[in-house]
Design a protein around this ligand. Structure first.
Ligand code: PMP
Length: 361
């Protein structure tokens, strides 16, 4: 179509290098055991449910300006003021906002690798350079590489703790050393922190160069509601709030977010369950010949036994109705990542693994 070609070429194309758009993934049939995107199959507490329903009574109104009520609830929960908090439609919206706010063409950003692959797209869209500092699954960060290497001029440094997809947890003392010694902004993504032994919240009070990202997607079982927070110094948070979309969250997200934050105790049993299941599945996988690194998240990264790669296991498990994640690069091609769900889901997974191993022999 000539007109289409002409209009396409008349547009600025910041996203050209991203290539063809992926077709998107349809939600799998409910019969699949879905262990591929680190969701948490836990029903919302009844009170949280009710808050979602009553929010619908205000469906004709725009959501509250600047998410003030939700930010106040988060500030209360985290022991901060609302000026230390910005709320987003999932923490990934806030991550994108950080890129847009703080990176210009030609700038660089440093991140731990392997890490969350969304960062590559975000850096490319800003025409910025992404410096990936290899940390594999080591339980410490190479602080000197962030302080002295090419990463020292990065506009900000991104760490995920615990990390995805490795599940590795770095001590908060290590993180603090980097934050204290660096004159850069450090973005600490704590998406999985409720499954870990410690967290970096106390550092927000001590250091102005730290942003903490939190989400209700994993440990609060609300991935579909889309609620995330970024916590940090009011001057830096203010710059993010300055450029955010108007009405970036909807009324359900605002109401459910407030309600979840005030019912956090109701999730303790769920967190205990996930941690116990994680250890049970790790032990069994090791007996089946997988190499499983310690995890402090709601998933396991497992190196598959000799003979096949991660893709092969992904396909074999999918034939048995189990969905797990695989990675094309990052030196993780012989791994699968398994989210931890209910006991029944994990039993189905382990039964499928046993059958596949049995066939192989
Ligand atoms: N950070 C990390 C490390 C993640 O693994 C994810 C989800 N895969 C996110 C952030 C984004 O989570 P959400 O947008 O649902 O808050």
């Amino acid at each position: 179509d000539v007109k289409l070609q002409s209009v396409l070429s008349s547009l600025a194309q910041p996203a050209k290098e991203l290539g063809a758009q992926s077709p998107g993934r349809r939600a799998p049939d409910a019969r699949y055991v879905k262990l591929n995107t680190n969701e948490n199959p836990f029903p919302l507490p009844t009170m949280v449910w009710r808050s979602a329903i009553s929010a619908l009574e205000r469906q004709y109104l725009y959501p509250e300006d600047d998410n003030i009520g939700l930010r106040e609830a988060a500030a209360d929960a985290y022991g901060l003021s609302k000026d230390h908090v910005i709320a987003g439609n999932g923490s990934s919206e806030l991550l994108a906002l950080i890129y847009r706010a703080f990176l210009g063409p030609g700038d660089s950003v440093a991140m731990m690798s392997p890490g969350f692959s969304f960062n590559r797209k975000l850096a490319l869209l800003q025409r910025a350079k992404l410096l990936e500092v290899s940390c594999s699954d080591s339980p410490s960060i190479p602080i000197e590489q962030f302080l002295l290497g090419p990463a020292k001029d990065a506009k900000f440094i991104l760490l995920a703790n615990p990390n995805n997809p490795t599940g590795t947890f770095v001590s908060i003392d290590d993180i603090e050393r980097l934050v204290a010694q660096s004159d850069r902004l450090i973005v600490l993504d704590e998406a999985y922190v409720d499954f870990a032994p410690d967290n970096g919240l106390r550092l927000v009070h001590r250091y102005p160069n730290l942003l903490l990202l939190r989400t209700l997607s994993k440990s609060y079982a609300a991935a579909g509601i889309r609620v995330g927070f970024c916590l940090g110094h009011p001057e830096i948070i203010g710059r993010l709030r300055n450029i955010q979309n108007v009405f970036n969250m909807n009324i359900i997200g605002q109401a459910v977010g407030v309600s979840i934050l005030s019912h956090r105790a109701a999730y303790e049993e769920n967190h205990r369950h996930i941690k116990n299941e994680r250890e049970r599945v790790a032990t069994q996988l090791r007996q089946f010949g997988f190499g499983v690194a310690p995890s402090h998240t709601n998933f396991l990264l497992a190196r598959v036994p000799n003979g096949h790669d991660g893709k092969w296991w992904h396909a074999a498990l999918e034939r048995d109705g189990i969905l797990v994640a695989v990675f094309a690069d990052d030196g993780l091609d012989d791994c699968i990542r398994i989210s931890i769900g209910t006991k029944e889901q994990m039993d189905s997974f382990l039964t499928a693994v046993a059958a596949i191993r049995g066939h192989e022999k």
